[in-house]
Design a binder for this molecule. Structure first.
Ligand code: 13P
Length: 283
């Protein structure tokens, strides 16, 4: 069943676990996430990068695929637009049936970020769609600063986080506490003291981006201190392309694509099941 993300995250927050938000691209990558949710009897978030909507699959087609697949399972599923930068994309997603949107105004000055995020909250909440905002500067692996002290300067300021949530009315807040998008130059270290302070100044579920390549123990500590959603993109996409490449290496290039896709999907399901267990079963 397709539900607003807020409902899934509040349950995770109450019960001290985190829900994987997996960055999907196409049909079998969506089916794998939902199948894993059903097999693990645990909620998941199907996340779509806003860039995919430009040239690949329209928001209404993503909406239709996820609506049909989610209706076959008795587990809460959300369809989430990830890192939207413009209102245009937000509107496309809401019209297409997404149950959650992220507006990423983190590159704007604080006031600009508040203004656009507040606007999205008003728009999305009017139709029952959840909203995630972001505060702090999230880097990608190859632009990571060389020292941890430099990195901390880019992380979320706890006071700003508190004010941001109060002023925007977001349902979830993405925080920068030591992870980065993509693969890392060195293993990430989560600033738990900062996370604790953010937690003490905000009540909404907190989101950790950059789940790929983050050590399990770091993830566990983050969940213990309030992270209720963890985004995983790079590792999932890489597994997709690697699985195709492995299949061709073993079987040669095939005329019929379906057997390749079936094997890819099987491996993706296993990946998603592992992420669900890792973020849910902390002991
Ligand atoms: P990774 O690609 O590092 O897993 O990050 C994904 C992400 O945070 C998407 O918003």
């Amino acid at each position: 069943m397709l539900l607003p993300m807020k409902e899934l995250l509040l349950d995770a927050q109450r019960n001290n676990y985190a829900i994987p938000a997996i960055n999907v691209t196409n049909l079998e990558s969506i089916q794998a996430v939902i199948t894993a949710a059903q097999e693990e009897q645990s909620p998941v978030i199907v996340a779509v990068y806003e860039g995919n909507l430009d040239s690949y699959i329209s928001a209404d087609l993503y909406g239709e695929i996820v609506r049909v697949e989610a209706s076959k399972v008795n587990i809460p599923i959300s369809l989430h637009l990830d890192h939207a930068k413009t209102l245009d994309k937000i509107v496309q997603a809401i019209r297409g049936g997404f149950s959650s949107v992220m507006i990423d105004g983190s590159s704007l000055p604080f006031e600009g970020n508040v203004a656009i995020t507040k606007q999205v909250s008003q728009l999305a909440h009017a139709v029952g769609v959840s909203v995630e905002g972001e505060i702090g500067h999230m880097t990608t692996g190859d632009e990571l600063p060389d020292s941890y002290a430099e990195m901390q300067k880019l992380m979320t300021d706890p006071r700003e986080a508190g004010e941001f949530v109060a002023q925007t009315g977001v349902d979830a807040l993405a925080v920068c506490v030591g992870t980065a998008h993509g693969h890392y130059k060195f293993p990430p270290k989560i600033d738990i003291e900062r996370l604790k302070e953010i937690r003490s100044l905000t009540e909404v579920p907190l989101v950790l981006h950059g789940g790929s390549g983050t050590p399990k123990e770091e993830i566990r500590e983050a969940i213990r201190h309030g992270i209720a959603k963890i985004n995983v993109g790079t590792d999932y996409m890489l597994l997709y392309t690697r699985s195709i490449s492995d299949y061709f290496s073993t079987h040669g290039v095939q005329v019929k694509p379906v057997p390749t896709f079936l094997e890819v999907r099987e491996r993706l399901v296993e990946f998603c099941r592992e992420k669900i267990r890792e973020f849910r079963d902390l002991n």
